[in-house]
Each structure stands twice: as structure tokens, then as C-alpha cells.
Ligand binder design. Structure first.
Ligand code: SAH
Length: 372
């Protein structure tokens, strides 16, 4: 029925160890930063001062840190806040409500983040890896393969930087405070588990230790790495889990989400229900609607049977065709029928908005090819 490539994948393959960035304040909790300050021959309280600038005031320019002795300002900021992300391009669309940033990392890798404003909230979509090793054939990032894991601070700094953009009032029609984070940019967050979990801890810790976001407002999206989902459930960190399902049957999911060759639909859903039971949080089931591939009424009915009665919500994503893709988004009437059948099965279902399309900032379009 489909002729998608069957891509073998090894989710446990380590990213190259080379080329990790310099250490940064956001790599450490407050106690770690205090130890670092001492190591640099500074009093421990400097850690809190610099943290207050970075996380509390979203300031990274040493000139503005006037409570630090001018003689050590540059040195301290240089040591604790080395530049991790150099903006290469910043684009806005949707009348200023969506901003995409393309960053160059210290080793030349490129990653992207997207800031999305709504009347009641501002959401940032973060990258967790440079590239991705999961090889989903409909996803632009998946085509290029994995370059490396991002460090904790490289992940956090995307949020802090874009929180600063929001605070400057640049997101049209939205409150100035960043309120939500979704790990739906480049990369598979659960394949960079320790750094992503540390980044989440920074995002939720109150200032000056962190950005002070609510755990409830953080979403980790995964292809379905079952052991990592179980491990995440055991952390004291009830963030929302989004599972990229995209097909209710193994035959098709083996192709659309190749990691399914390792963990089948039944196994990944079992892990998702355990996560929901443990955290009491509804799992978001992500499903890209691909014309004539996964959008048939029978698949809606099968999905409905798998999800009925579960703590789940379906998020249908109109496919964003990647450059040269032979797939297209499902026609709207097909999408409406899919929604109708899921709802008839008692499954709560919404269709994701398609922010950032004009600037290649929509789901699955983050390819980070400069000048594309
Ligand atoms: N690796 C993680 C997070 C990154 S992608 C994951 O797979 O969940 C975030 C979401 O966008 C995933 O649900 C992914 O399947 C979806 N996506 C990827 N490419 C897409 C495309 N071309 N159109 C629509 N959604 C896409």
C-alpha cells in the first residue's frame, strides 16, 4: 500500500563524543555553580548573582551586571556564560506571532528553535540534538541523520534567549512572559536523556536557579523509546508526554517511525499508559495526517479502539511536506472524517495549527540548512 523506505535504526547508538561545547552556568544546578565560582577563585555568592542576571533578568551582557566588580565582570561572564548559540538568522511570520531562530553552535552545527505567541501564552519549541538519528522518512530533520547531542546549556540557552525576545515585546499580541516549552524541534529528546532531563530541571527551577516555568507546561515529544519513557515516569518530573504515533498498526508504523521495528505499537502504548497513570497527566498522541498513507477511515477506527478509555488526547498534525517529498497533507474532508471517527470512539481530538509554515518553522521542517 505504501512504498516508504524501511530504515533500520539503532536508538542506542551513541552520538559522537567529540565537539561538546564549553561548560556553562546552565549545565549546573545552583550548588554546582557555587563550586564552579570557587574553582575560579571567586566567592560562592557570585554564582547566584550571575544566575540572577541570566535566568531572572534574561541578561547576558557583562556590561549590564553592575553589581559585579568591574574588574571581574568580563572574566566571570566569560567563564560562566560562554557564547553557545550564535544567531545566524531570525525570521518572523504569522504577523509577528511566530519567530524562528537558526543558531550556529561552537562546532559549526546548526540548530533551530521556534517561538510561538498566542493571546494567552508564549510557547518555545526547542531542539535537543543537532540532527536526529530516528530517520522518520517524512521529517526533514530525520533525513540528515544525527550530528551530536546538545549539551544541557545549549538546550536551556535556546529557551532563555527566546524568553528574552518575548520579554522585549516582540511577539505580537501575546503576553511578554514565556510560559510553555515543547521539545518538538530537532532531535529525539529521549535519546539525549540525561541532558534533556537536566535542562527540564533548569527550566522549572525558580529563579535564580532556573527559569521558573511550570512542569505542567513542558512537553517532551518522543518517537517512543520505551525504556526511556519508563525512566522518565520514575523521575519526580511530571511533564507532559507526547508520543509520535502516526500509525495505529505495526506494518505502517515500522515504516513511518522506524524505531517501531524495535518497540511495537502495543509496547509503546503500554509505556504511555504507565506514564499517564504515574504522572496523572494526559498523554498527547501525535499523528501527522499523510494523504493516502495513514489517513484511511479504518485506521481512524483502529486508533479509536486503541485509545478509547485511556488518558489520551490526539493531536492531528497536517503533514508539512519536506522539500522534494512525495507525500502530501490529507485533504480537509479526509481529516474531518478522521476527527469525527476518533471523537465518535470517545477520544478527545484536535488538529494542530500550522504555525511557521512560510519560514519553514513548522513541525518537521527544521532542517537547519543555511540559505535553503
Ligand atoms: N523526535 C521527537 C520530537 C521532534 S518532532 C518526536 O518524533 O516526537 C515533533 C513532532 O513533529 C513529531 O510528532 C514529529 O513526528 C512531527 N513531524 C515531523 N515531521 C513532520 C512533518 N513533515 N509534518 C508534520 N509533522 C511532522
Amino acid at each position: 500500500m505504501t512504498n516508504l523506505p524501511l530504515t533500520p535504526v539503532n536508538p542506542d547508538a551513541p552520538a559522537r563524543r567529540a565537539a561538546m561545547p564549553p561548560r556553562h552556568l546552565a549545565d549546573f544546578d545552583l550548588a554546582g555553580r557555587q563550586a564552579l565560582a570557587e574553582e575560579l577563585g571567586e566567592p560562592r555568592f557570585r554564582a547566584r548573582q550571575v544566575s540572577t542576571h541570566y535566568f531572572g533578568r534574561l541578561v547576558r551582557d557583562p556590561e549590564q551586571m553592575t553589581d559585579l566588580p568591574s574588574a571581574t565582570r568580563e572574566k566571570l561572564a566569560g567563564q560562566l556564560l560562554p557564547t553557545l548559540l550564535t544567531p545566524v538568522r531570525e525570521l518572523a511570520c504569522d504577523d509577528g506571532a511566530t519567530h524562528k531562530a537558526l543558531w550556529r553552535l561552537h562546532d559549526g552545527s546548526l540548530v533551530e528553535s521556534v517561538l510561538m505567541g498566542y493571546p494567552d501564552r508564549v510557547t518555545v519549541c526547542l531542539s535537543s540534538q543537532a540532527g536526529c538519528g530516528m530517520a522518520c522518512p517524512f521529517c526533514a530533520t530525520g533525513q540528515a541523520g544525527l550530528t551530536r547531542n546538545l549539551s544541557t546549556a545549549e538546550i536551556v540557552d535556546q529557551a532563555v534567549y527566546l524568553a528574552g525576545v518575548a520579554a522585549s515585546g516582540a511577539v505580537a499580541g501575546s503576553p511578554p512572559r514565556l510560559s510553555r516549552v515543547v521539545f518538538m524541534g530537532m532531535g529525539e529528546p529521549l535519546a539525549n536523556y540525561n541532558r534533556v532531563v537536566a535542562a527540564i530541571r533548569r527550566l522549572v527551577a525558580p529563579a535564580p536557579e532556573g527559569l521558573g516555568l511550570s512542569q505542567r507546561h513542558i512537553t517532551v515529544s518522543t518517537v517512543g523509546l520505551v525504556p526511556a519513557i519508563r525512566r522518565l515516569a520514575s523521575e519526580d518530573l511530571p511533564v507532559t508526554l507526547a508520543l509520535s504515533l502516526h500509525a495505529p498498526d505495526d506494518e505502517l508504523r515500522d515504516e513511518l517511525v522506524p524505531v517501531n521495528q524495535r518497540w511495537k505499537v502495543s509496547e509503546v502504548l503500554e509505556a504511555a499508559w504507565e506514564y499517564a497513570a504515574h504522572t496523572r497527566r494526559r498523554v498527547s498522541i501525535e499523528y501527522a495526517m499523510i494523504k493516502d498513507v495513514n489517513d484511511q477511515p479504518w485506521r481512524a477506527d483502529l486508533l479509536g479502539r486503541l485509545l478509547a478509555g485511556r488518558l489520551a488526547h490526539v493531536n492531528l498534525i497536517p503533514l508539512n511536506p519536506t522539500p522534494g517529498s512525495r507525500w502530501d497533507a490529507s485533504p480537509k474532508p479526509v481529516e474531518r472524517e478522521f476527527v469525527r471517527r476518533l471523537r465518535a470512539a470517545g477520544v478527545s481530538t484536535t488538529v494542530r495549527d500550522t504555525r511557521g509554515r512560510e519560514i519553514d518553522g513548522a513541525c518537521g521542517q527544521l532542517a537547519a540548512a543555511e540559505g535553503q
